[in-house]
Design a protein around this ligand. Structure first.
Ligand SMILES: Cc1cc2nc3c(=O)[nH]c(=O)nc-3n(C[C@H](O)[C@H](O)[C@H](O)COP(=O)(O)O)c2cc1C
Length: 227
């Protein structure tokens, strides 16, 4: 079992035990079904899709050295899971893509990236990122796409949020994970960007991604309307 999966199982057990004390059990895997938005509630305007994906933040990996039974390991191969999903969002919205990349790449070895990510999360680090979004002021809607890393966003996504004041914009969180869902990431985005309107997050399990292109595209039209 992956280290984060073992930690997730222990946390879920603890939550279930708490639930026995009277609190309702949490939704399985913390997966939030996207709320149906009426056309009037859907976002409009110029779109940016800002995404973080491990494969674009590590040297190219050798497929022969990966444990292909582990979807989390396989996600280091281009295109990464979030890049795939972001591409589908781009096709439906015509938005601009921005890949969040750290100045210091991560390892392409799963155990090593787990260690660095855990340390960064414990330190609430803000790893430096490269590149900037040109004309951020022009965007109305930001799809923010990230993998669940240790039940949180990769810390580089916080670096990205710290770099811009997104007041007045609509942020649509999009997350993939092995098992843990969105966790508390939507709340974290709301705290980081208090002036933005942050919609309910959309989550996909990494193993469901290969069969989810149409579902993602259909969902996009429930949260965003062109024009
Ligand atoms: C450093 C690291 C930490 C992860 N932590 C978790 C976790 O806590 N819970 C979970 O469900 N999945 C976790 N995963 C799995 C990823 O969320 C999942 O594989 C995701 O689809 C990867 O997306 P990407 O290919 O765009 O990077 C982790 C993966 C990595 C590399």
């Amino acid at each position: 079992m992956k280290r984060w999966a073992a930690a997730a199982a222990a946390a879920l057990l603890a939550l279930q035990l708490t639930a026995c004390g009277g609190n309702p059990a949490p939704a399985e895997n913390g997966t939030a079904a996207p709320a149906a938005q009426s056309e009037a509630q859907a976002a409009r305007g110029k779109v940016l899709i800002a995404y973080f994906t491990w494969a674009e933040n590590a040297p190219e990996a050798d497929p022969a050295k990966l444990d292909m039974d582990m979807p989390a390991s396989a996600s280091v191969l281009l295109p990464g899971n979030m890049a795939k999903i972001s591409g589908w969002i781009q096709q439906e919205t015509g938005g601009d893509l921005f890949s969040i990349r750290t100045a210091e790449p991560y390892s392409n070895v799963h155990e090593e990236v787990l260690d660095r990510a855990a340390e960064e999360e414990a330190d609430r680090a803000r790893p430096a990122i490269t590149g900037t979004v040109d004309h951020m002021a022009d965007y109305d809607v930001i799809f923010l796409a990230y993998p669940n890393w240790w039940n949180d966003m990769p810390m580089a996504v916080y670096t990205f949020l710290d770099a811009y004041d997104l007041t007045g914009k609509t942020i649509i969180p999009v997350c993939t994970s092995g098992v843990n869902g969105l966790a508390e990431t939507v709340e974290a985005i709301r705290q980081a960007e208090p002036g933005a309107s942050v919609m309910e997050g959309y989550h996909l399990k990494s193993t469901d991604i290969p069969s989810s292109e149409q579902a993602v595209k259909d969902w996009v039209h429930t949260v965003y309307v062109k024009g």
